[in-house]
Design a protein around this ligand. Structure first.
Ligand SMILES: Nc1ncnc2c1ncn2[C@@H]1O[C@H](COP(=O)(O)OP(=O)(O)OP(=O)(O)O)[C@@H](O)[C@H]1O
Ligand SMILES: [Mg+2]
Length: 215
């Protein structure tokens, strides 16, 4: 589902990613570990198509991307749940979830709503469909952000530090939800500093050290 081959990326004279290769199967969970500045967010941004890279290639759900090939093909395939969740503050939970499917991908509103309710069930928030983001806790907002990403029929979902502001109970819940989605065939890639969380996901550990993967 996700294949990264010899990915290299520099900012100016600083080479941040020095030839990264790994693969994740459909429904597999990968966990990227590494100290601050190791290049974890940069790697995720490359995989999302938010950042270009200098060498190497990626294959995502049979879409091939190399350093010169444009990254448009990744849109709709790879999603990212950002640290601050980026929910639209003036929209309800339901409106947040159906915005892209209906406005960008022109899905039928009723069908999109039906799917959104299923996703809200999967993240245990069906009773919050009409709430606004400011009425939700941080953990709940994060679950809405996950549901919103999953409404786009993505193949790969990435998380940058999903547990950094969460208590242990909420972390457990996020692990359950991530596993729930991965068992439907979604490939998940997570950046974290949180080793117990990494272990709980049961995912493949990808350790970044000095721009390379440490076996
Ligand atoms: N847009 C940019 N321009 C220049 N340098 C950058 C840019 N983005 C990241 N870097 C540099 O690349 C290196 C890796 O940054 P990155 O954000 O990927 O680290 P990280 O592993 O995610 O760290 P953290 O755990 O602190 O989030 C850092 O030295 C950073 O300064
Ligand atoms: Mg980072």
């Amino acid at each position: 589902m996700l294949k990264i081959d010899n990915l290299r990326k520099s900012f100016g004279d600083t080479e941040v990613l020095k030839g990264i290769s790994f693969e994740l199967k459909e429904g597999e969970i990968g966990v990227v570990l590494g100290k601050s500045g190791a290049g974890k967010t940069t790697l995720l941004r490359c995989i999302n198509g938010l950042e270009s890279f200098d060498e190497g290639y990626m294959e995502i759900d049979s879409i091939k991307v190399d350093s010169s090939n444009n990254r448009e093909g990744l849109r709709g395939k790879v999603g990212m749940v950002f640290q601050n969740f980026n929910l639209f503050p003036h929209m309800t939970v339901m409106e947040n979830i159906i915005a892209s499917p209906t406005l960008v991908f022109k899905e039928d509103v009723n069908q999109a709503k039906e799917k959104a309710m299923k996703l809200l069930k999967m993240v245990d928030l069906e009773e919050k469909a009409d709430a606004y983001p400011h009425e939700l806790s941080g953990g709940q907002q994060q679950r809405v952000a996950i549901a919103r990403s999953c409404a786009l029929n993505l193949k790969v979902l990435c998380f940058d530090e999903p547990t950094s502001a969460l208590d242990p109970e909420t972390v457990k819940r996020i692990v359950e939800i991530i596993k729930r989605f991965s068992s439907t065939g979604m490939t998940v890639l997570i950046i974290t500093h949180d080793i117990p969380f990494a272990e709980m996901t049961g995912g493949k550990i990808i350790k970044l050290v000095d721009g390379r993967i440490d076996e």
